[in-house]
Design a protein around this ligand. Structure first.
Ligand code: GLC
Length: 530
């Protein structure tokens, strides 16, 4: 870890789902130009980096995560020139740009796969995972895709099966093949040369599989009450013997360029997820930490335990990171409910480690509700598990009251999450007590307060429903108190302290003149220690 904290340690990373940020071309789908014209908004909000979900051409089997060309921009999002203009606009404002890299699979329309499927003589045949049928013409093994159907599809000719960990339109690349590894390194160099500041690597822990492709064992804890995708343990189909070697390989390309970052999607239990930092921190700078997406109760003691456990597991010198969700999860406001949304957002922005923010959470946007039968675009995960439709959290950003919330002049590709003008940037900017102004104040407080951005973490004693901790720094420590209970709580604070920010708004900001402060239900506060 560098002596001086790197930019990706201090800053908030803001995730944008490009088709839902702003449509300037009038096709109902967001585009790169739409993000560029909102660069001032991003600067105003105070975020330090943008992570863009895939912007590459895609037949949309998995809405962008099935890529048919890694080296250009999907025409619906714009051109490479639009990309350069967006990058320049962000850089002018001191904002970094992180792209999604999807190295585990391509689209089945990618020329590599089209060539590969033409038969075993094709030079690209070994770029994908092809196998003969199992006994009686069954698939080669029992693996299931993450979308809940068999992980193999049959192609005739050549009369063999190909592996797809996700949709059948997303064939897995064969990472055992050195040509594949080199091709992906070249993809990275193409964008790094163009000036991008790093990558979020999609399903990094899947690149390596059991080389013998053995069956996955049945989960002994599975029963009819559990969802079908938990029936097998994914012991052989993920996190294989070369997983860390491949992480190092990708990182080595990042390190060919100064000051870049590698974020990795690693959905594994915390002990295995943090191992992707590498023993000598030579793998992923920020393997995404999904612990807060898995909370069962949102009670103070549960959260305290999760934070303690994660901090304990981190390899020495590794920098933590946190997120509340991303484009694959229901919105945080729907998971915790409106009363606790600000508290959850304050938790994310005050824990030690880089926060990854999901666009729209700054408005307190909730999940959309729509009827699958009326949809023109379908999430492949929803085809097998309608209750896990990820589109509910991918709806258009809401900019202003009026048609389509200012997102587009035409009907957007997805309905809005809310028709209430109160859930727009324009309205919330005008309202001092809005979620947006609260989040902005917190992000800016974090930026100017070293204790909050790069300080140490220490849990503090607190009443049962309250999670309290200190962020320490030689220039001044702060205390954070988060009341996850539905009752008032009294907490002790040092007499010299100053209230910096409360979820309860300006009225709660009077300087404490006694060593005790009464916290409202679900209130969070940040206190300066002088
Ligand atoms: C990652 C993405 C998810 C996608 C999957 C397959 O988990 O976050 O949206 O469906 O990879 O690429």
């Amino acid at each position: 870890m560098p002596e001086r904290p790197a930019w990706w340690q201090r800053q908030v990373i803001y995730q944008i789902y490009p088709r839902s940020f702003l449509d300037t071309s009038g096709d109902g789908i967001g585009d790169l130009e739409g993000i560029r014209v909102k660069a001032d908004y991003l600067e105003w909000l105070g975020i330090g980096a943008v992570w863009l979900s895939p912007i590459y051409p895609s037949p949309d089997a998995d809405l962008g995560y099935d890529i048919s060309d890694y080296l250009t921009v999907d025409p619906r999002f714009g051109t490479l020139e639009d990309f350069d203009a967006l990058l320049a606009a962000l850089h002018e404002r001191g904002i970094k740009l992180i792209l999604d890299l999807v190295p585990n699979h391509t689209s089945d329309q990618h020329p590599w796969f089209v060539e590969s499927r033409s038969g075993p003589e094709s030079p690209k045949h070994g770029w994908y995972v092809w196998r003969e049928s199992g006994p009686g013409g069954s698939p080669p093994n029992n693996w299931e895709s993450y979308f809940g159907s068999p992980a193999w599809s049959y192609v005739e000719p050549p009369g063999t099966w190909y592996l797809h960990s996700f949709d059948r339109g997303q064939p897995d690349l064969n990472w055992e093949n050195p040509e594949v590894r080199r091709a992906m390194q070249d993809v990275m160099r193409f964008w790094l040369d163009r000036g991008v500041d790093g990558f979020r690597v999609d399903v990094l822990w899947l690149l390596s599989k059991d080389p013998e492709l053995r069956d996955n064992p049945v989960n002994p804890e599975w029963n009819d009450g559990l969802p079908p995708w938990l029936r097998l343990l994914r012991q052989n189909s993920e996190d294989g013997p070369r997983a860390h070697e491949y992480a190092r390989l990708l990182r080595s390309v990042i390190d060919e360029f100064p000051d870049r970052v590698m974020v990795g999607e690693v959905v594994l239990p915390p002990a295995r997820a943090v191992s992707f930092h590498g023993e000598r921190l030579e793998e992923v700078h920020l393997p995404h930490n999904f612990a807060l997406t898995e909370l069962a109760t949102w009670r103070a003691d549960e959260i305290r335990t999760v934070v303690r456990e994660y901090e304990r597991l981190l390899p020495p010198g590794a920098w933590p990171n946190w997120l509340l969700g991303d484009h694959d999860f229901p919105r945080i406001a729907s998971r915790v409910g409106p009363d606790r949304t600000r508290l959850a957002l304050m938790l994310l922005l005050t824990l030690r480690g880089t926060p990854t923010w999901y666009y729209g959470d700054e408005l307190g946007l909730a999940n959309a509700h729509f009827q699958l039968s009326t949809m023109t675009v379908i999430d492949p995960q929803a085809s097998t598990s309608p209750e896990r439709d990820r589109l509910v959290a991918r709806t258009p950003m809401q900019w202003s009251p009026g048609p389509h919330a200012g997102f587009s002049r035409v009907e957007p590709w997805l309905p809005l999450a809310s028709d209430d003008p109160a859930f727009t940037v324009e309205r919330q900017r005008e309202s001092p007590d809005s979620v947006l102004n609260f989040v902005r104040a917190l992000i800016h407080l974090r930026r100017r307060t070293d204790a909050l951005s790069i300080g140490t973490y220490r849990s503090l004693p607190a009443p049962p429903d309250v999670f309290s901790f200190e962020r320490g720094h030689p220039d001044g420590a702060v205390q954070v108190h988060l009341n996850f209970g539905d009752r008032e709580q009294e907490i002790g604070v040092p007499l010299e302290s100053r209230m910096l920010l409360s979820t309860a708004g300006a009225k709660a900001m009077d300087a404490p003149d006694t060593p005790r402060v009464v916290m409202q239900p679900w209130e969070g506060m940040i206190i300066s220690m002088g």
